[in-house]
Ligand binder design. Structure first.
Ligand SMILES: [Zn+2]
Length: 61
């Protein structure tokens, strides 16, 4: 990899757009925000699936 030392988007590594610093585009800014939000809430998927498959269901049979 050739790193010129220039600031790059931390999401996709493209050159930054001053408008969307520190990202290259709104999309990447949104992506980062999403990651940040979902990280502070809870890990999506695992916990919800755990509640869905309740042991009662299998015991009833
Ligand atoms: Zn980007």
């Amino acid at each position: 990899m050739t790193n010129t030392g220039r600031p790059a988007c931390s999401i996709c590594g493209k050159p930054l757009d001053p408008r969307y610093r520190p990202f290259c585009s709104k999309r990447c800014a949104d992506l980062d925000l999403h990651r940040w939000l979902s990280g502070s809430y809870s890990i999506p998927g695992d916990t919800e699936e755990d509640e869905r498959s309740s042991p009662d269901d299998s015991e009833a049979r």
